[in-house]
Design a protein around this ligand. Sequence first.
Ligand code: DHK
Length: 152
Amino acid sequence: MAAAPSILVVNGPNLNMLGTREPAVYGRATLADLDTACRAHAERRGVVVTCRQSNHEGELVDWIQAARGAHSGIIVNAGAFTHTSVALRDALLAVELPVVEVHMSNLFRREPVRHHSYISDIAVGVICGFGVSGYRFAIDALADRLLSEEET
Ligand code: DHK
């Protein structure tokens, strides 16, 4: 039997503050809760997730680069780097893996600076506004895609 597809879940700056950070926007779940929810859902879907969070752009770039050959897809919430980072965009392009962009909040209900993303147009799809559930939806999207590729 083939090994379960592996997905890298990358969270960017300030997402380590989930649970206490602006709960009206980001909810009460902590990053640990989020990682646990991702792992449980991945298991249900027959995929494996590796969850990482960093406040440092270069570290995020390093993890994305290392995903090539190690993972079959990437779920990324780049936090504020979403709106600023050509480096993260370039790293995601370089590894040639399917990317799903996730945001806890609905960016389009927020300040205009959050309406532009350097990732959206190179992602398979974008999920925003559903809090922690958005990561489950992203796992579903990538699991559907990766498991159907295995069948063909
Ligand atoms: C998280 C952040 O940290 C913000 O900088 C983004 C995103 C939105 C979120 O909704 O998950 O603008």
